[in-house]
Design a protein around this ligand. Sequence first.
Ligand code: NAP
Length: 517
Amino acid sequence: MKRIESYLCGRWAFGAGKPEVVVNPFTEEALAEVNADGLDRAAAVKYAREVGGPALRALTFGQRAELLKALSAALHEQREALIDLSIAAAGSTRGDAKFDLDGASGTLAAYASFGKKLGDRRFLSDGDGIQLGRTPRFWGQHILVTRPGVAVHINAFNFPAWGMAEKLACSILAGVPAIEKPGTPTALVAEAAARVLIDSGILPEGALQFLGGSAGDLLDHLGPMDLLAFTGSAATGAKLKAHPKLIAHNVRVNIEADSLNSAVLAPDVDASSDAYDEFLSNVVTDMTQKAGQKCTAVRRIFVPKDRVEDVVGHLIEGLKRQRSGDPAAAETRVGTLTSAGQLRDVRAGLERLAECANVRCGGVDTVRARGFGLEPTLLVAINPEADVFHELEVFGPVSTVLPYDGSAKEAVRLVNRGGGSLVASVYSNDASWTEEVALGIAPWHGRIWIGSDRVKGQATAPGLVLPATIHGGPGRAGGGEELGGLRGLAPYLQRTAIQGFQGFVAKAFGSSEATDL
Ligand code: NAP
């Protein structure tokens, strides 16, 4: 059987422990074995610091941007093979697989273009120079320098290629070598994508290592210049944040966790408007794309009380048009959950939601006898105040309609009960209502997406994470921040204030192209 290997210290290797078997989530046929027991994680950390780091730091931002451009092209070249693998190994439809892979190559290309503008510099001036003494003679300038450490990237299973590429793009551009550890259920796809990147020979040796299997003692070896960027559940994120070594050395930790994202329909949006069509189509996409296994997918749909029956009817019509089944079939629009464990969790979560809601389509009875598929499931809350809707993320094709009174104030209160989310989408053509809601929910969100008649046909979907704008959210969403153009480099750089004689400080460290991260 195929083995998912790790690439550490310059060679591909397989662990010595009992392998875990990953299966096709539709047929349950065994596809590959994964194990990384006994592989030397301490040596990999040292290798990154001593081999990959110096090689990357010797390059300018512009040269590193060139590497990203070449990596993007290498991944794109293998697109068809990787799509086929993703369909077999991740329960993805062809559309889902393209979303992951094009997201990966697109993000690498976007960072190549952000980095190109930084040109032949090896550090960045941060903001303008500052007069510190009584006269300009004593001067200050903030700079951003690459930290001579290693970045450990631990990813969730749902975006095996994109999740890895978005972290890697920022890390490489900043000049920090990375060790990528994917979610095990889709490690077969992540390994294939990593092999393309590594075997292309584009990156200097040691700049990218790959750990297929459990993290083991990897975090025990991190130190003050290192970084952990984690994407996954809030529970795992909380555990890792409390890791004694990370605390002892103040290792930088960025957590991207789970989220109870909202869609809010305002009372002014009538059923004949473009904004309403956009609302219906985005909610249906979020519930069905990647079988709802998207961290940005909408879980809570706020609808004015008197509109609930009409809206539910229209959403069900839209969901019924999305055929679910074999991800390999061309007509399938909804693939399967990725693993047996994922199906078990979704089932249990759905049962808890259903204690306080009516299931209007889908439900646990639609779980197929074989494989991990489940029909898109729409619920309507009996009591929208029940904690379960605002606290439990069901990571599958499951969303709940929550009736509210249509006021901006109520919308803000209920949306913010999610405790901190990645994204909320708000649909309205009423500027003052939208402004009140956007400002009211902004502190609790990383991103607010506003749909109206004016952006119909122009806007990207709310579930789509873009390299130019930040991804992350406060509170239960993890409190982290990724991407956002050059802001995504910040965790990998050290901001240092240089103070001294202006003639020297401004010449050596100032720049007419200062960057504000
Ligand atoms: P998970 O179970 O928390 O696992 C995430 C990653 O952490 C996996 O690579 C996992 O490895 C690893 N891991 C687990 N325990 C660990 C430990 N003790 N030490 C080191 N690593 C450990 O989450 P998941 O099931 O893969 O992903 C689904 C969740 O991720 C959902 O809640 C979703 O909302 C969230 N998510 C968030 C974002 C975001 O950007 N905010 C994006 C995607 C997904 P193994 O697989 O080997 O256990």
